[in-house]
Structures are given as C-alpha cells and as structure tokens.
Design a protein around this ligand. Structure first.
Ligand SMILES: *[C@@H]1O[C@H](CO)[C@@H](O)[C@H](O)[C@H]1NC(C)=O
Ligand SMILES: *[C@@H]1O[C@H](CO)[C@@H](O)[C@H](O)[C@H]1NC(C)=O
Ligand SMILES: *[C@@H]1O[C@H](CO)[C@@H](O)[C@H](O)[C@H]1NC(C)=O
Ligand SMILES: *[C@@H]1O[C@H](CO)[C@@H](O)[C@H](O)[C@H]1NC(C)=O
Ligand SMILES: *[C@@H]1O[C@H](CO)[C@@H](O)[C@H](O)[C@H]1NC(C)=O
Length: 374
C-alpha cells in the first residue's frame, strides 16, 4: 500500500514470501502454457503487444523510466519494467510474450483509456502503483487480461467506479487498488474471483454495503476495506473465510453488531474494526480467535461487559477498546491470561476503576500509561 494508513502492523506484513509468490507465478505460467488457452489460439505477436505499449506511451507523460520504450528495434523484453515469458502456440511453437509490466513510481501522468488491454492477453502482472498523476477511470477492457495474477494500482489517482469486468479475471490473486479516488460500490461479482488471496481497497470513497459474496472467497488471506464510506453490517458470511489472516474494516460507517460468526475464522491474526458505528456487545465467540495479535475495536458504540471468554487470547499484543460504552470491570482472566499484551487501552468507557492485581502477570505490558482506564 502506498501510504501506511493502518496502525502497525500494515496488513501486507503478512503477505506471501517472495519464494511463495514465485512458486505461485510459476504454477500459474505453467498452467498457462500447459493447454492452448483461447489467447494462444488468437495469437497476438510480440511486435503488436509492444505497439500497444508504445501507443499508450505516446498519450501520457512519464519520467525517465520509460525512456527505453522505443520503436527503434530495441527488443521490447529489454524495456524498463517489462518482463517476458514463453507461451506455446496452438501448433506447438514457443514464442516470447509480455508477461509483466511493472512501472512503480514512474512519474506517469495520464490515463489508462489509451492502453489497449485486449492486445496484452498474456499479462500475469500489472503494477502501476505509486503514479500519483495516473488518473481517470479503470477501463472495462481490463477484464480481458484473463491470465492476470497481480493487479496493483495502489497510490494512483484513479477515479470512477471499479468496473464489474474485473470479475472476469479468474486467476487474480492479488488486487491492490488502495489510495485512489474510486467511488461507487464494491462489485458483488468480486465474490466470483475464487483465487483472490489479497484484496486491498483502503483509502478510496467506496460506499454501499460490504458484499455478502466476499464471504465465498475461500483463498482470501488478507482483506483490507478500511478508510472508505462503507455502511451496513459486517456480513456474517465472513465466517467462511477459513484462510483469512487479516481483516481491516476500520474507518467506515459500518453499524450493527460484530457478527458472532467471526469467531469461526480461527486463522485471524489481525482484526481492525475501529472507527465505525458498531454496537451491541462484544461477542464472546471472539475468544475462539486464539491466533489474534492485534484487536482494535476502539471508537465504536459497543455496550455491555468485556467477555471473560477473551481471556483465551494469549497471543494478543495490542488490544484497544477505548471510546465505546463498555461497563463493568476488567475480568480477572482477561487481566491475568493475556501474557503477550504490550498495549491495552480502555479509556473513554464506563469501566470500574479498580485494576485487577492480575495485571502484575503481564510482563510484556510496556507501562501502565498504556493502560488508560477512564
Ligand atoms: C502494490 O504496490 C505498493 C507500492 O508499490 C506495494 O507497497 C504493495 O505491497 C503492492 N501490493 C501488493 C498486493 O503486492
Ligand atoms: C537484451 O539485453 C541483454 C542484456 O543487456 C542483451 O545481452 C541482449 O542481447 C538484449 N536482447 C536483444 C534481443 O536485444
Ligand atoms: C459468478 O459466477 C457464476 C457461476 O460461474 C455466474 O453464474 C454468475 O453470473 C457470476 N456472477 C457475476 C456477478 O458475474
Ligand atoms: C466459539 O465460541 C463460542 C462461545 O464462546 C462457542 O460456543 C463456540 O463453540 C466456539 N466455536 C468454535 C468454532 O470454536
Ligand atoms: C485464565 O485465567 C483463569 C483465572 O485466572 C484460569 O482459571 C483459566 O484457566 C485461564 N485460562 C483461560 C484460557 O482462560
């Protein structure tokens, strides 16, 4: 993500290692070569793929990065930011095709509508992140990149809606559109991107509800929808995200209770729900999330007591419940069992002021100043 909008740790800290990513890419490209894909039957020459890029280049401003993109016989696979790979044609011949475009922070000013995605059918990776003057809409034609595995437009200046055609990208695993000006709804058809593992949409102006269908994405590892204007409830369908490590929904307008079903996502390590309008009691089922290290529920409208069940969260490092309407005391087992806790904030609630002596067991708690009780 371009800007670190989330409190520590940024969700992408948990991302795949480079080796895992490479393996996935290899698997993807092997599959691509294994059978004659539709793209391979309608072969687009390397020369015409390069022509499409030169046409786009002629319509935008750019810094030095794209200087090597020239129509003077220089091999396009040697252009800055371009990677090539092999694909086998229907007849069995192997040819070079453009597999990756990576122009991160390349000072690109312009739009994407002059980039003819239809003629780049072999792309596996498209990373145009951190081009703060890359503006305009994401063209619907992007849906023709049927082999795409990674799409990264984070930190650009894109506006308009997310085109529903993105949902045609059946191999997409990494989708990062964070820190743009995208508006409108999250297309419900995202629920069809069955290979999606990383979905980052924070820092846009996305509105409407969180699509129920996102709960179908069994491969999802990290989902960050924070810093938007999403409303409605957190879908209880998220209970099905059995590989989810990190969920960020903070800084939206979400309301209603935290679904009890979230307690079934036992792989969760990071849960950021702060700065919404969530209400009701904190579900005791969160005590099932024994891998949780960061639990932020601050600045919501939660009522009731801190559930004793949370005493099982022994991996918890940071726990922030401040600025809610919680009552009662800090349960002994919560105070005594959360032995990894380094930060615990409760201020701005109606919690009884006595501090259980079990807090003495919390050797990692940095200082009692982090333990602010109203
Ligand atoms: C997208 O690009 C940004 C900036 O280059 C990077 O920090 C982020 O990790 C990338 N996202 C993904 C999903 O790889
Ligand atoms: C691409 O660049 C490499 C290294 O600079 C060079 O050896 C190779 O000949 C170039 N390929 C073509 C086809 O120009
Ligand atoms: C999702 O996929 C199903 C089955 O492949 C299809 O019937 C449905 O129309 C798709 N939904 C959207 C919104 O694309
Ligand atoms: C989660 O916790 C609730 C209440 O604490 C319990 O009833 C339920 O069986 C647990 N579910 C799982 C999947 O462990
Ligand atoms: C937590 O602490 C209480 C009392 O301090 C203890 O009875 C309980 O077994 C501990 N463990 C869990 C997982 O709650």
């Amino acid at each position: 993500m371009a800007d670190s909008m989330l409190p520590l740790p940024p969700l992408h800290c948990l991302a795949l290692s480079f080796a895992q990513l490479l393996l996935l890419l290899l698997l993807t490209s092997t599959q691509a070569e294994g059978h004659a894909t539709p793209a391979a039957r309608h072969y687009t020459s390397l020369r015409s793929q390069a022509g499409v890029l030169l046409h786009w280049k002629s319509s935008i401003e750019y810094s030095k990065h794209m200087g090597t993109w020239r129509d003077d016989g220089m091999y396009p696979c040697n252009w800055t930011g371009i990677t090539c790979g092999d694909t086998r044609l229907h007849g069995g011949t192997t040819v070079k095709v453009i597999r990756g475009i990576s122009l991160v922070g390349a000072g690109i000013a312009g739009k994407l509508d002059t980039l003819r995605f239809q003629s780049l059918p072999y792309l596996i990776k498209l990373d145009l992140s951190d081009n703060h003057h890359l503006s305009g809409a994401i063209p619907p034609g992007i849906g023709s990149l049927s082999m795409l595995f990674t799409l990264n437009f984070s930190g650009d200046q894109l506006s308009g809606h997310i085109p529903a055609t993105i949902c045609n990208l059946g191999r997409l695993a990494h989708l990062d559109l964070s820190s743009n000006n995208l508006a409108g709804q999250i297309p419900p058809a995202f629920g069809n991107l069955s290979r999606l593992a990383f979905l980052y949409l924070p820092g846009n102006r996305l509105s409407g509800s969180v699509p129920w269908n996102l709960g179908q994405l069994q491969n999802m590892r990290e989902m960050d929808l924070s810093w938007n204007i999403l409303s409605g409830q957190i879908p209880s369908s998220f209970a099905n995200l059995r590989n989810l490590n990190a969920l960020g929904l903070s800084d939206n307008r979400l309301s209603g209770p935290i679904p009890e079903e979230l307690g079934q996502v036992q792989t969760l390590q990071v849960l950021y729900l702060q700065k919404n309008r969530l209400n009701g009691a904190i579900p005791p089922s969160l005590g099932n999330l024994t891998m949780l290290t960061f639990l932020y529920l601050y600045r919501n409208q939660h009522t009731g007591q801190i559930p004793v069940e949370l005493g099982t969260l022994s991996s918890l490092i940071e726990f922030d419940l401040s600025e809610n309407h919680l009552t009662g005391t800090v349960p002994f087992c919560v105070a005594g069992n959360l032995t990894s806790l380094a930060y615990f904030s409760l201020w701005g609630n109606h919690i009884t002021k006595s501090i259980p002596h079990e807090f003495g067991n919390l050797v990692n708690l940095k200082s009692l100043t982090s333990l602010k009780i109203s």
